[in-house]
Design a protein around this ligand. Structure first.
Ligand code: HEC
Length: 102
């Protein structure tokens, strides 16, 4: 019985930990980001895992991503530019924070 309770507790905390990431993937889908981006592989835009690698340790990395998400980005990853996205500043910040966790 005791170990069952521990297993349930472990499951529950895993679920809680997974929720914010899932919520942000849903936001990325809802905002059309996933038409051009995948977490693990390059599509039209770079893989979010690559973007995370570049910015998560960089000073101001999340701010750079937030600006790019809001205003678009050109010439950093290849010849294809990213147009400005239809997101609020709050949503852009949330997406940048999420990408940093990938
Ligand atoms: C029309 C296709 C397209 C859509 C839609 C799109 N992106 Fe991009 N994204 C790109 C391309 C292409 C690049 C690479 C731009 C470059 O080389 O500077 C990019 C780059 C990025 C970068 C890196 C920017 C940098 O400063 O290095 C981030 C972060 C990003 N996208 C997030 C998002 C998010 C979040 C969304 C949804 C709100 C989104 N993208 C929607 C195509 C897209």
């Amino acid at each position: 019985m005791k170990s069952n309770a521990a297993a349930i507790a472990a499951c529950f905390s895993a679920l809680v930990a997974a929720t914010p990431a899932a919520a942000s993937l849903d936001l990325a889908k809802a905002k059309g980001c996933t038409a051009c981006h995948d977490v693990a592989k390059k599509v039209v835009g770079p893989a979010y895992s690559e973007v995370a690698k570049k910015y998560k340790a960089a000073a101001g990395g999340q701010a750079t991503m937030t600006t790019s998400i809001l205003k678009g980005s050109t010439g950093k990853w290849g010849p294809i530019p990213m147009p400005p996205n239809k997101v609020t500043e709050e949503e852009a910040k949330k997406l940048a924070a999420w990408i940093s966790t990938l």
